[in-house]
Design a protein around this ligand. Structure first.
Ligand SMILES: [Zn+2]
Length: 222
């Protein structure tokens, strides 16, 4: 399988998560920043290999085999991210780009040994679950900070946006996974929040709050 085919499978998986049903070729084209006609060509190719279901005008969905392949790429991506942070001192805003390259390495033996060396981590540096070799993963109970009522308290367990600018913003203000956040004020006007975090107070926009996942009142145990 080529790198490009693998990237398509991963994108279809991410677009389909939680929705079920087929993904339109336009949605895939938009996400991958390419032409719908290229997506159609690729969809036919992947369908020939038994990795997706594709019918003209009906969109694309992963077959069991396509789903398994997508999960294995995501597993590699997230394990490499853990490795880069834990063993090579990369910061969490740097790892995604490098993992995009490393996720295409084929050796199963390498990935199994990497997994074991890292002691079988269940979550990546952004709080996303890492699928096991069998393709199973634990989805943590989590809610967006923006939907919680005033007075709520929870531990930050993930980010919805894992782009470098967002992660750098969080670093700058000391927001990190594992920190306890309390909602002290909520503005009716623009839904911005005043949050308390380890004795410090911070005002954050609705956009920031809708990209932070918290788990209410339970300890962080990564
Ligand atoms: Zn990543």
């Amino acid at each position: 399988m080529t790198r490009s085919e693998e990237n398509y499978l991963k994108t279809i998986f991410h677009l389909g998560t939680g929705q079920g049903g087929a993904i339109s070729t336009n949605a895939i084209a938009q996400q991958m920043d390419t032409k719908p006609s290229s997506v159609t060509d690729m969809a036919k190719k992947l369908a020939d290999k038994g990795l997706v279901h594709y019918k003209k005008y009906q969109g694309v969905s992963l077959t069991t085999s396509g789903n398994r392949t997508a999960l294995s790429i995501i597993r590699k991506h997230r394990l490499w991210e853990v490795f880069l942070v834990q063993k090579l001192d990369f910061t969490w805003d740097e790892v995604h780009e490098v993992a995009e390259q490393l996720e295409h390495i084929k050796s199963e033996k390498l990935i199994d040994r990497l997994d074991a060396m890292l002691e079988f981590p269940r979550f990546d540096p952004h709080g996303d679950p890492i699928p096991t070799k069998e393709g199973k993963f634990l989805e943590r109970d989590k809610e967006l900070l923006s939907v919680l009522p005033l007075g709520s308290q929870g531990v930050c367990v993930g980010v919805k946006d894992s782009s470098a600018p967002f992660l750098k913003f969080l670093d700058k203000h000391g927001v990190a996974l594992g920190k306890t956040i309390e909602i002290l004020e909520k503005e009716d006007f623009d839904h911005s929040l005043l949050i308390g975090m380890e004795g410090k107070k911070l005002r954050i926009s609705h956009q920031i709050a809708s990209n932070l996942y918290v788990k209410k009142n339970e300890p962080w145990n990564h």
